[in-house]
Design a protein around this ligand. Structure first.
Ligand code: PMP
Length: 306
């Protein structure tokens, strides 16, 4: 691999020099927001393409607003830097991109806004093929950890510190033998997976938790809604989901930037349908894979070519 760079404090630096002080506010209090984007090799035009670049940075700006962070860069500058970094790092296969806006003050005390507080932007890339195994069906458990609430730490913002909730749920699920978990809201409704949104299929209809159920407003979720309605003519309902609906679903799958589309064949030791990867799940996996690799001309606006 060629020498890898990251962007930190206003410039590109070799990755191993992209370090921050132990006194950094974001390290002390988790006061940072981030995004996870993916770029793919586009076989037809033989170049890299970033999937839904603009939407990811729009969400990052919203996360900044919620956490009172002032990004030193605007939306377009962040988009441009991302393309620049992919070029510099000479990426030629699936690559995960992590931008972060963080409280860079060296300061004790959690308050977000005191005079002269400083926020910084950093960016790095890592090669990423499979985050979860999308070739087989996953066995997913309902976590005993509840999803954080909008009035505690909002799941709508991608706050670094909020991923302690994710880490607890995912790790305990993993140690109990599950491939991943879903978390419930304090009301007991299904929120989402550890770092992915969830869809159920019941009677040829897609069901996904509404955005007021303490979920991240996923960009892959949005992509899947569009593909399912426009390409497969399916009805998609966004509403609160009860736990026991998981057990009687015909099919289920996770969606997310890192995860892509991953089939679920068991919840809490109960098989779904015939226990195999569902037909609609497979169709959406296939459509999504084509979309991210630039093979669906009608969705070429989702891809920013590097
Ligand atoms: N929920 C959570 C908690 C996540 O971390 C992610 C990953 N960003 C998702 C859902 C999926 O969102 P997206 O499709 O925008 O990556």
């Amino acid at each position: 691999m060629s020498e890898q760079y990251a962007y930190l404090r206003g410039q590109f630096v070799p990755l191993e020099q992209a370090t921050i002080s132990v006194r950094t506010h974001a390290f002390l209090y988790g006061t940072a927001v981030f995004e996870g984007l993916k770029a793919y090799w586009l076989p037809e035009s033989e170049q890299m393409g970033v999937f839904r670049l603009s939407e990811h940075y729009a969400r990052l700006m919203n996360s900044c607003r919620i956490l009172r962070l002032r990004s030193p860069l605007g939306h377009q500058e962040m988009c441009d830097l991302t393309l620049d970094l992919i070029r510099r790092n000479q990426c030629t296969s699936a690559t995960y991109i992590r931008p972060i806006v963080y409280k860079s003050d060296l300061r004790i005390g959690p308050i977000l806004t005191v005079k002269d507080t400083r926020d910084d932007f950093c960016l790095f890339t890592v090669p990423m093929d499979g985050y979860l195994d999308t070739t087989k069906g996953l066995h997913v458990g309902v976590s005993a950890w509840r999803r954080l609430d909008d009035n505690a730490i909002p799941a709508r913002a991608k706050v670094n510190g909020a991923y302690v909730n994710t880490a607890l749920a995912k790790t305990d699920g993993y140690l109990s033998g599950y491939d991943d978990v879903v978390t419930l809201t304090n009301e007991g409704h299904v929120a989402e997976g550890s770092a992915m949104n969830l869809f159920l299929v019941r009677d040829n209809q897609l069901i996904t938790s509404s955005i007021t159920e303490n979920i991240l407003e996923g960009i892959t979720r949005d992509t899947i809604v569009e593909l399912a309605t426009k390409e497969l003519g399916l009805k998609v309902v966004s509403r609160p989901i009860d736990r026991t609906e998981l057990y009687i679903a015909d099919e289920a799958f996770f969606v997310g930037t890192a995860t892509e589309v991953a089939a679920i064949t068991q919840f809490d030791h109960r098989y779904l349908g015939d226990g195999k990867v569902g037909k609609i799940t497979q169709q959406l996996q296939d459509l999504f894979s084509k979309a991210i690799h630039g093979l669906l001309p009608q969705y070429s606006h989702w891809i920013t070519r590097v």
